[in-house]
Write a protein of this length. Structure first.
Length: 451
């Protein structure tokens, strides 16, 4: 026969559920934006920016001193525009010094040649005993002449370089573009390589640089057709092809979310990679413009609105719902209004109830409202925890009772003996009525279950 529960017994079960939920293993939830982008067959979107096809790097001569930098970051430059100027006064002093040294070498050579001629004349008149001595002296002078002539050629080459440097003391731009950076003080990149003195982004041809997560990197490949969308006007698009996908992750992780909606969850971390797209037409694009990139799957694959895999949608007598993360990071049963159904891909159009910023869990019979949630996919599956608990109940606690609490033995007929009123004093006031802090709100059902 039906068994009515006394308020004290209901208070015991409510307290047990409260402790159970607070100590349960968190339920893994995934962002809707990730689900609709990766797992549904709909088109994922990636953020991108229009950049030059090439970047020209200019390095300065470390043996020279830069006297003046004639441009700044962000400046537009044309072919032949001066970028910076070396110190010509220092080079002029070096040139004058080199020319004096060359003149000294020439005088030395002249003297040595005259000395050689004298020795050769004296050798002709010398006795047979002195012939050998003159031969040795002449050979020594010839060696000195050859050394001096070599030094002269080296010095002439040095002078030619100095004259060329003076004539080209002003370094000119060889391309048309925008100055990306000027490193007055030497700097290195993330890998320790020294950055160029000046970098110029060529404005001749554009390409689009996109960013993709590690999980979605495999969905892109060189040669793949893509569609580039304007962020300002969604109706404006450009056709392109994936040029390449980087094999090394981006060293700076602060690049925003891959998807246009963004998950908004800082705990969901993943390596990101750059990929590059060349476009068939550049009409209407400007350098630095932000765009969206998506694989070109043909018009039949394009869907408007939010489409969710059917297996994420549950149904009961009240309608359709999903298990969603609430604002307090707790699991809640959230009603959704369904639109069309895609039988080919087994997907529902979601008209209301959730959006791309929400996080949802895969439906499971063990899920309960109020369970904690997490975006860490390494947690245990729902219904288990590290202490051996099941069905969301922590280890050390089972249906028969709580640690230190009263057990609830079953009767032969399958009914349950309720604990004494003393056993539930913690949730009742002195007069035996519900304590406002510890007892459920008014309207809770206090009827028991049949044995």
């Amino acid at each position: 026969m039906p068994l009515l529960l006394r308020p004290s017994a209901f208070g015991f079960f409510w307290l047990k559920d409260l402790v159970t939920l607070s100590g349960a293993t968190p339920v893994y939830v995934n962002s809707v934006s990730t689900i609709v982008g990766l797992d549904t067959g709909t088109n994922p979107r990636y953020s991108g920016i229009v950049e030059p096809q090439k970047t020209y790097k200019i390095n300065k001569d470390e043996s020279k001193t830069v006297a003046e930098i004639l441009i700044a970051e962000g400046d537009e430059v044309h072919v032949g525009d001066p970028l910076f100027r070396y110190d010509t006064e220092e080079m002029q002093l070096s040139l004058s010094q080199a020319e004096l040294e060359l003149e000294g070498i020439a005088n030395q050579i002249s003297t040595l040649k005259s000395q050689k001629s004298t020795l050769e004349s004296e050798k002709k008149k010398a006795s047979d005993d002195d012939q050998y001595s003159y031969t040795v002296q002449i050979q020594s002078v010839e060696l000195q002449i050859k050394t001096a002539e070599y030094n002269s050629s080296v010095k002439k080459s040095e002078i030619d370089k100095l004259k060329n440097s003076l004539e080209n003391a002003e370094v000119l731009s060889e391309v048309e573009g925008v100055v990306k950076e000027v490193n007055i003080t030497p700097k290195t990149d993330a890998t320790g390589q020294q950055l160029p003195f000046i970098s110029i982004l060529s404005s001749g041809e554009f390409r689009v640089k996109g960013t993709v997560t590690e999980m979605n990197r495999g969905s892109l490949a060189a040669g793949q057709a893509v569609v580039v969308h304007s962020r300002v006007n969604p109706d404006i698009t450009w056709s392109g092809t994936v040029e390449s996908v980087d094999s090394e992750p981006i060293s700076n992780a602060n690049n925003g979310n891959v998807y246009y909606s963004g998950s908004g969850d800082s705990s969901a971390k993943s390596s990101k990679y750059n990929f590059y797209v060349t476009l068939q037409s550049l009409d209407g694009l400007i350098l630095g413009q932000h765009v969206y990139i998506e694989p070109d799957l043909g018009e039949s694959a394009q869907k408007t609105g939010l489409w969710l895999p059917a297996f994420y949608v549950a149904h009961d007598e009240n309608g359709s719902f999903v298990w969603a993360r609430s604002g307090k990071d707790k699991l809640e049963k959230r009603t959704v209004i369904l639109g069309d159904y895609d039988t080919e891909n087994d997907m529902y159009e979601i008209e209301s109830g959730i959006n791309e910023q929400d996080f949802i869990a895969f439906p499971d019979e063990t899920l309960k409202e109020g369970l904690p949630t997490t975006t860490d996919s390494s947690v245990s599956l729902p219904g288990t925890d590290e202490n051996g608990g099941t069905d969301g109940v922590p280890g050390g606690m089972d249906a028969g009772g709580m640690d230190g609490g009263a057990a609830i033995p079953q009767e032969e007929g399958g009914g349950m003996d309720m604990p004494s009123e003393e056993g539930a004093q913690s949730v009742l006031g002195e007069d035996g009525t519900a304590d406002g802090e510890n007892f459920p709100a008014d309207g809770a059902n206090t009827e028991g279950l049949e044995g």
